[in-house]
Write a protein that binds this ligand. Structure first.
Ligand code: ATP
Ligand code: MG
Length: 309
């Protein structure tokens, strides 16, 4: 059997609006079934990236594939669900009518179309509001209707741009559950979100984007995430700090502490043995996995020039 192509592939995708570079050389591969979180501050280029991948914004340069098809090709688009950040619905339609309309646009076969629409309405807790006009929906209801729309047609890949921005805690949990169900079915998800606690529990992998550029990419499984190590040493010399870099990254001195990132626990005894071999006393060593929020704040706070080179 021929293996299915990745859900998504991007190679050096860039987008420039006049003098403004919104996305710089985005390269990424999203394997089938992965839930991927795209994180970054306002204006970082998340929505623009998503729209390029969907074929809604034409890249200035670079290329990509969506489910094996060139970006923008109808054959790929038809197998993708999309909840936009700012959606504009036909507000005069009733909720159910709107979903039926979108289902027909998708070319869903008439047989099973109504059942599919009802299932989505129930899934997002809008069955009771199905005959109300969208104009009368609250913000959260509209967002859930948008989610139902994105799930029509059994998509193989679902793009969600800030899907929980208008939702209360119950609605946020609903989105989280929907994402888990998608993953169980092997559907890939590309998620833009600022709610890091949500991302932390739903995503397999995240990339941090800033100033249009991916500045960090990491897996989220507890055992796979880098550890933040803190040490208090008998003495801290520039050579020692430079030498520690071989065990990890971002070695820095803060007050009387040395901090650094390491990729796994097995590095800790290596560090202690090496320090002993150098005759350097170790007074304290602590290691913990920073939360996504801490990492986000650190990435965002970094001097933009240093990050962008
Ligand atoms: N159509 C456009 N014309 C000109 N500039 C644009 C356009 N769309 C986006 N930009 C600019 O590109 C940059 C990236 O915008 P984008 O909407 O992709 O950011 P974002 O990461 O989604 O932000 P947010 O978290 O606020 O949704 C911003 O500086 C924005 O002003
Ligand atoms: Mg956005």
């Amino acid at each position: 059997m021929v293996e299915a192509p990745p859900a998504l592939e991007a190679r050096s995708l860039s987008k420039q609006f006049g003098a403004k570079v919104a996305v710089r050389e985005l390269s990424l591969t999203l394997p089938r079934g992965e839930v991927f979180g795209f994180l970054g501050p306002n204006g970082a280029g998340k929505t623009t990236s998503m729209k390029m991948l969907l074929g809604l914004v034409r890249p200035t340069s670079g290329e990509g594939r969506l489910l094996g098809e060139p970006l923008g090709a109808a054959r790929g688009r038809a197998r993708v669900g999309y909840l936009p950040e700012h959606f504009a619905f036909h507000e005069w339609l009733e909720g159910r009518e709107l979903l039926r309309f979108h289902a027909r646009l998708l070319g869903m076969p008439t047989r099973g179309l109504d059942a599919g629409v009802e299932e989505r309405l129930r899934r997002v807790n809008l069955a009771d509001a199905a005959t109300r006009r969208v104009r009368e929906y609250s913000k959260g209801m509209k967002q859930r209707l948008g989610l139902a729309q994105a799930l029509l047609g059994e998509p193989e890949l679902v793009f969600l741009d800030e899907p929980t921005s208008g939702l209360d805690p119950l609605g946020r949990r609903l989105v989280r559950d929907v994402i888990r169900e998608l993953r169980q079915r092997g559907t890939s998800v590309f998620l833009n979100s600022h709610l890091l606690s949500e991302v932390e529990v739903t995503c397999d992998r995240v990339a941090f984007v800033k100033g249009g550029r991916v500045v960090r990419d990491m897996r989220l499984g507890a055992e796979e995430r880098d550890l933040e190590v803190e040490m208090r040493l008998e003495r801290t010399t520039a050579t020692l700090v430079a030498d520690l870099a071989r065990f990890g990254h971002d070695v820095r001195v803060e007050g009387d502490r040395v901090r650094m990132g390491v990729s796994g626990e097995e590095t800790l005894p290596e560090i202690t043995r090496w320090l002993a071999s150098q005759g350097v006393g170790l007074y304290h060593l602590g290691a913990r996995r920073p939360s996504l929020e801490e990492i986000f704040l650190e990435v965002v706070a970094d001097d933009a020039d240093a990050v962008l080179g």
